[in-house]
Write a protein that binds this ligand. Structure first.
Ligand SMILES: Nc1ncnc2c1ncn2[C@@H]1O[C@H](COP(=O)(O)OP(=O)(O)OP(=O)(O)O)[C@@H](O)[C@H]1O
Length: 232
């Protein structure tokens, strides 16, 4: 078992406007292979933090080390490559591509990133899409436009797209807010199960304002507990 950190932020500061920090984080660490729930109220900066961790945004101060690389020292193309090849992202509104089928949406990371394609173990990308779709019970919809699926089914497409090609890190940004309690629990159980099934357990970072989801995870942290002296 490894105890290396998959994510480690130190002395980080970020603001959208100069002189107005949204995030100030002394120390935040997620051990590799762990499933961590990060709680924070609406507007507290959860999505902003995830954008720093996935390299979409860059901290103005401090270090953001993800899978061994300090993103603040990487070029934008190098951050894009790390994100595409090693990070699966489940967005708040799923961000599925409306004009593609279910199968095409799931396969997308493999089409865009050779590293994801190379890690397919099922044979071809088509075989892996079918395997994941069966696992997530959306296999009868593979050729349908993704917009024809229910919300719950679209969430499972988003899981499949995030985990195809075994990224080391999966990040989920409040993807359960539109579900009722039963469906929400089923979604979380499925997400935590499928991220445990990879050969090397995937690190999972899940953020939400809803503390009641924490029981599905190994550990809960609070965004407010990571912040140091943000004005306003
Ligand atoms: N692109 C942007 N430009 C300027 N300010 C932004 C931008 N994105 C977010 N903010 C501000 O940063 C703060 C944190 O926003 P963020 O979306 O990270 O919070 P959140 O915790 O994810 O919120 P929610 O739970 O409502 O999605 C908010 O005050 C928001 O208005």
């Amino acid at each position: 078992m490894t105890t290396a950190a998959a994510i480690h932020l130190r002395d980080v500061q970020f603001g959208y406007k100069p002189g107005h920090p949204i995030l100030q984080i002394d120390d935040f660490s997620v051990p590799a292979g762990r499933r961590v729930f990060l709680h924070g109220p609406s507007g507290s900066g959860k999505t902003t933090l995830l954008s720093l961790i996935s390299g979409v945004l860059v901290a103005q101060r401090g270090s953001v080390t993800v899978l061994g690389q300090d993103l603040t020292k990487l070029s934008a193309p190098a951050r894009d490559t790390l994100r595409g090849s090693q990070i699966g992202y489940i967005f708040q509104g799923f961000n599925l591509i409306p004009y593609l089928t279910v199968a095409e949406n799931i396969a997308l990371p493999c089409d865009l990133h050779p590293a994801r394609r190379k890690r397919i173990v099922a044979g071809s990308v088509v075989d892996e899409v079918a395997r994941l779709a069966r696992r997530l019970d959306i296999h009868t919809h593979l050729d349908a436009p993704v917009t024809h699926l229910s919300t719950g089914q679209q969430q499972r497409v988003a899981i499949a797209r995030a985990i195809i090609g075994a990224p080391e890190l999966v990040i989920a940004d409040e993807p359960t807010s539109s579900l009722d309690t039963d469906r929400r629990d089923a979604f979380l159980a499925l997400l935590t199960e499928v991220t445990s099934e990879a050969k090397d357990p995937t690190t999972l970072l899940f953020v939400s304002h809803d503390r009641s989801l924490a029981s599905h995870f190994d550990e809960m942290l609070s965004l407010e507990g990571l912040r140091a002296g943000v004005a306003g």
